[in-house]
Design a protein around this ligand. Structure first.
Ligand SMILES: [Zn+2]
Length: 376
């Protein structure tokens, strides 16, 4: 195997295995030479990736995405871009390249490692993100204010890279994305690791309020025992509860839960949906079940979909999903939301996605879901 590809696999699994960098299969990596780029396939986890987990594309054909004019309609546009990406594939197999492939292509370094580290997102999802980012990393690192993912984000990053490159005579190696994560780029893996190390150290230096001790334990509740009866569509669903000192910080009361009741990043929405349900506590088991039933009905009425995260006042959180594997993913992603929210207090407090930003992802999801249904 190509030596560079071996290095790409090594760096991918290194960051993929580290839950402080990559949660629930997020993140992506790439290597490029003069004519080709190898980028992580969509739906493949970095943690266990091998050579079959990458898609090889023609860089000449990918450049079309930069210059072409696409439809003004978001759904049509994303479908057109996807078709052009597919057209650029030179490797065999049915793997689809990551949706962030075009972004990897325009970053002028051989290796690109994109992750969503908890510490980076504590800063990226805070009200003072831009100012503190500039203070810590200067203007040679890019800070991209939140932009809808897909083509629009790609064009925004392309413009900012060009601006920075002409200003400094050198392409940026760190690209921070507000309410999303970070891209790190270099021509060698040791430099990628050095940059990541310095990013984490600099952010740590600003943290005066560290996370409470990790004392996670299972949380028992009549809501969990009766989950399948709480909504007709929960019929075969699984549920699991957890609690910890960190979780208690947010479940104390309705007001404390305002700091954890909605999404920070597009990935949060994909795994946990955009809104999290607070359920008041009752001593009596029957009352507890009835109040949960009413709250769930109210939620479905407001948002049009089932809740995946339930928080019980003064107690723990519960994830509800189609199967246990998905339940564990929801707990992992939502626990990370709590960490980010807690740590963001070091940077002015949490900054969640707005209603419009959430709506864009929800619609995108609906489209993806529709396509999935159409296929089956
Ligand atoms: Zn990402």
């Amino acid at each position: 195997m190509n030596h560079n590809l071996t290095q790409l696999i090594d760096v991918s699994t290194l960051y993929g295995k580290d839950k402080t960098f990559v949660i629930a299969g997020g993140g992506n990596t790439s290597f490029k030479d003069e004519s080709h780029i190898w980028v992580k396939a969509s739906g493949v986890a970095l943690e266990t990736i091998d050579e079959n987990g990458f898609v090889c594309l023609s860089r000449a054909k990918l450049k079309i995405v930069s210059s072409k004019t696409y439809s003004g309609d978001a759904t049509e546009r994303e479908a057109e871009v996807k078709a052009d990406l597919a057209h650029a594939i030179v490797s065999a197999g049915n793997n689809r390249p990551s949706v962030e492939t075009s972004m990897h292509e325009i970053i002028d370094y051989q290796f690109v490692v994109h992750t969503h580290p908890t510490l980076v997102n504590a800063l990226m999802c805070s009200t003072n993100a831009e100012r503190i980012c500039f203070e810590l990393f200067g203007d040679q690192s890019l800070f991209i204010p939140y932009t809808d993912p897909g083509y629009i984000l790609f064009k925004k990053v392309e413009t900012e890279i060009a601006r920075s490159t002409s200003k400094f005579g050198k392409a940026p190696q760190i690209i921070f994305l507000e309410n999303h994560g970070v891209f790190v780029a270099a021509d060698s893996i040791p430099v990628i690791n050095e940059i990541y190390f310095s990013i984490i150290e600099k952010i740590k230096s600003k943290i005066s309020q560290a996370l409470p001790k990790d004392d996670l334990k299972p949380f028992e509740s009549p809501i969990i025992d009766n989950i399948q009866q709480l909504h007709p569509e929960f019929g075969t669903f699984a549920a699991k509860g957890i609690e910890s000192s960190l979780i208690h910080q947010f479940t104390t009361n309705r007001k404390s839960f305002l700091k954890a009741d909605t999404a920070f990043t597009p990935d949060d929405i994909v795994y946990c949906k955009a809104h999290y349900l607070f359920i008041p506590a009752y001593q009596n088991e029957k009352d507890q079940i009835e109040s949960a039933r009413a709250k769930i009905a109210g939620y479905v009425n407001s948002y049009g979909y089932l809740p995946k995260v339930l928080a019980v006042e003064g107690q723990g959180i519960i994830a509800v999903e189609e199967n246990l594997k998905s339940v564990l993913n929801v707990l992992e992603v939502y626990s990370n939301i709590l960490k980010i929210s807690y740590l963001s207090d070091n940077f002015g407090g949490p900054k969640f996605m707005t209603k419009d930003q959430i709506e864009f992802i929800d619609n995108w999801e609906v489209e993806n879901y529709r396509r999935k249904l159409a296929k089956s």
